[in-house]
Design a protein around this ligand. Structure first.
Ligand SMILES: Cc1ncc(COP(=O)(O)O)c(C=O)c1O
Length: 387
């Protein structure tokens, strides 16, 4: 099925999440695309095999390269991000490490914008062994301009970031980077491709862990990188093929199933999170609340320009954030479960507070799809422990 050119963004996205690129006549009419659970593909003659091997990256040869179920997911994700090409990986970290390993050379510097996901930062710490350095800065064009170095090869952004939900000025940073010949990449997991399309703001590459909203049911781990063919093709050739973090056909099928309901799930996450934020804002024990819908000043203008919706991940601080108080709060929750990750149907709560820590500490909530009143009742019970 082909895409209608003049559909609105939301209608186009809905078509991509549901029917686009699916060829049911090839699947015996099956409405759910089959899982091509095969490691290799065979050919009728050696002549055909020889021909195919001359262009292996465009043909189904071996599932560490291309697989039809994974390819369908890649085509949909490329279209959702308005990119030319997508390559899927066995995890978000698979996508991030393949991208870094392909794009960076000895002597290159990476500028991290906003607090990057911990393992992304750890990967760059490891890459110091290969002569790659990094530093960190905030999300305004001015901050990035000050932090840029002559050897900066890549600006790697998280916006919104996944602990403080910090924002960055995508248009400003992309324009600056282009003028300096520096590549830009963003971890777009928080917003999903439905609520933010960084490539349309001039960013070169957009990455996701599929393990969050795209999978949507907390039953798969996967990742993807999307962008212009000239950038993604080498990531496929080197970072994907040689590091080998290939997404399994079964996980690709689960992600395809997740995409079918992504638009309606995101609407529900948004409705629920806005209710929860309204409630948290009335709590005297809440000392600071972090979510892009609360942005003020310049970040509010970026949010307005870049985000077309709100995901369910937020964080907040409490008054007197001792470990005992935070543990008492989180342990009282019954509907919210305690666990890492986010983006599934279930609401989750965590804190990185350690028993001996002092100073501010965040409680992070992933607002799921449960009835919002049950979430508010659960929070109310937990806040009583803080009074
Ligand atoms: C913002 C963000 N990016 C990347 C990742 C890594 O993805 P994965 O766990 O699929 O490797 C995570 C995982 O929690 C994440 O939260």
């Amino acid at each position: 099925m082909t895409l209608t050119d003049n559909a609105s963004d939301a209608a186009r996205d809905s078509e991509i999440c549901t029917h686009a690129f699916e060829e049911h006549e090839r699947y015996e009419g099956a409405i759910a695309p089959p899982i091509y659970q095969t490691s290799l593909f065979t050919f009728p003659t050696l002549e055909r095999f020889t021909e195919v091997m001359r262009d292996e990256r465009s043909h189904f040869v071996y599932s560490r390269g291309l697989n039809p179920t994974v390819k369908l997911l890649e085509d949909k994700l490329a279209a959702l991000e308005r990119g030319e090409m997508a390559k899927a990986f066995a995890s978000g970290m698979g996508a991030i490490s393949a991208t870094m390993m392909t794009l960076l050379d000895q002597g290159d510097h990476v500028l991290l914008v906003n607090q990057a996901y911990g393992p992304t930062r750890q990967l760059l710490e490891q890459m110091a062994r290969f002569g790659v350095s990094f530093s960190e800065t905030g999300g305004s064009r001015g901050e990035v301009e000050t932090a840029l170095r002559d050897d900066t090869r890549l600006i790697y952004i998280e916006s919104p970031s996944s602990m403080r939900m910090a924002l960055a000025d995508l248009d400003g940073i992309a324009e600056l980077a282009r003028s300096r010949g520096v590549l830009t990449a963003i971890d777009n997991t928080w917003a999903t491709p439905l609520y933010q399309k960084p490539l349309t703001h001039g960013i070169d590459l957009t990455l996701h862990t599929l393990s969050k909203y795209i999978g949507g049911h907390s039953d798969l781990v996967g990742g993807v990188v999307v962008g212009r063919r000239e950038l993604v093709a080498p990531i496929f050739e080197h970072g994907h093929q040689l590091l080998g973090a290939a997404l399994s056909p079964h996980s690709a099928f689960l992600a395809l199933r997740g995409l079918r309901t992504l638009p309606i799930r995101m609407r529900q996450h948004q409705a629920n999170v806005l209710e929860v934020i309204r409630y948290l804002a009335t709590q005297p024990s809440v000392a600071g609340l972090h979510h892009p819908c609360l942005a003020t000043g310049e970040p509010a203008a970026w949010a307005e320009r870049q985000l077309s919706g709100h995901a369910g991940l937020l964080s907040f601080e409490i008054v007197d954030p001792s470990y005992v108080r935070i543990a008492g709060f989180i342990d009282t929750l019954r509907v919210f479960r305690i666990g890492v990750s986010w983006g599934g149907y279930e609401s989750l709560a965590i804190s990185q507070r350690q028993p001996d820590d002092t100073g501010p500490a965040l409680i992070r909530l992933a607002i799921g799809l449960e009835d919002v009143q049950s979430l508010l009742d659960d929070l109310e019970r937990a806040f009583r422990t803080l009074q």
